[in-house]
Ligand binder design. Structure first.
Ligand code: TXA
Ligand code: MG
Length: 328
């Protein structure tokens, strides 16, 4: 690891004081493992790209999967995703509970680009654990939370599991005891005419079909969902219009620059620096928004400075390679 980013992980009690402490840490951009009915989630404020980057970093995730945004109630969910009548019915039937809905992003939504891996959709759920809903409400915004384990490890269903992987890497664990469901939420996409089961989970297919009165499409049914299903193959979700040139030492004529650590300092042309001080967590937090901003400038090509492959740099480079890959 390039920077250790050592933290003292606090254990928060399951009551009003623990909820308030969890919310305060989240509001300050910190990371709190939160109990849900499925598994413990590694929570950070979904609107804050630095907090989201820190989630990927704490997990040691090699790529930026889109994360589930956890909200305290349906009203909050409606501010993030566009609800149709199917979404309303499902929320009414299953929330709070282990169902995640993938919906078109609502105008003015707060979940940041990085948490959505650059997609124009958002995955939303209202978890059943009252401590966690309380912490989310008090934090004042959606909480992005993948399972609170190191990448590649099994999902944690107790606070002890969480600490086994993440002690010293996150700010706190809110102690909610063992998770009653223990498998992750069902993920259902409502982006198409036919609802599509992206991941089986805590709510069964038949329960969903009964509420909707229709048969769910399989995740495998369409090639267009392939990239979403396979972690690490999410690149096609954010391809800038501009061509991308990696490992650039300087800017060629007509190029915009995506810098790291001030390499392009003083060159002429439009340059944005992912992290002038060379911090990979900061760079990850800025990646999607800066790519978008350079694209919006209308540059034909974006030259990207070399980025170390260590730590979050691996994920950044993974995304950039996909952005630079030939378009089909
Ligand atoms: O039970 C759960 O769902 C747990 C607890 C903590 O809530 N969370 C969880 O999160 O399992 P995670 O990060 O492991 O699952 C996120 C998955 C992604 O891998 C992706 O498959 C899907 O949700 N996802 C998220 N946003 C999506 C989107 N916009 N479109 C399609 N799939 C999306
Ligand atoms: Mg997981």
């Amino acid at each position: 690891m390039q920077q250790e980013d050592k933290r003292v992980t606090r254990f928060l009690s399951p009551g009003p004081a623990g909820i308030a402490q969890a919310a305060a840490i989240l509001r300050a951009g910190g990371l709190v493992a939160l109990p849900t009915e499925t598994v413990y989630g590694l929570g950070g404020l979904a609107a804050d790209p630095r907090a989201v980057a820190a989630i990927y970093r704490a997990k040691g995730r090699p790529s930026f999967n889109p994360l589930i945004a956890h909200v305290a109630d349906v009203a909050s969910a409606r501010r993030e995703g566009i609800f149709d009548s199917r979404a309303e019915k499902l929320a009414e039937a299953f929330w709070p509970g282990p169902l995640t809905l993938v919906l078109p992003l609502a105008p003015g939504a707060s979940v940041c680009d990085l948490a959505r891996a650059g997609l124009d959709s958002v995955a939303l759920r209202v978890p059943a654990n009252a401590l966690t809903r309380g912490a989310i409400a008090a934090a004042g915004g959606p909480v992005a939370a993948p399972s609170a384990n190191l990448s590649g490890h099994v999902s944690p269903s107790t606070p002890v599991h969480v600490l086994a992987d993440l002690d010293g890497r996150i700010d706190a664990v809110l102690n909610g005891g063992a998770c009653p469901v223990g498998v992750e939420s069902t993920i259902l996409s409502l982006l198409d005419d036919t609802p599509r089961l992206l991941r089986p989970g805590g709510v069964s297919r038949v329960e969903i079909e009964r509420v909707l009165g229709e048969t769910l499409a399989e995740a495998e049914a369409g090639p267009e969902v392939g990239p979403i299903l396979a972690p690490g193959m999410l690149a096609s979700h954010y391809a800038p219009r501009a061509a991308v040139r990696l490992d650039a030492q300087d800017l060629e004529d007509g190029e915009a620059g995506l810098d790291f650590g001030g390499r392009f300092h003083g060159v002429r042309g439009k340059v944005l620096d992912l992290s002038p001080r060379g911090d990979l967590t900061e760079a990850a937090a800025n990646l999607f928004s800066m790519l978008r901003a350079l694209d919006a400038e209308g540059a034909k090509k974006i030259a990207v400075a070399p980025i170390p492959d260590a730590d979050l740099g691996e994920a950044i480079n993974d995304r950039l390679r996909r952005a630079a890959a030939p378009r089909g």
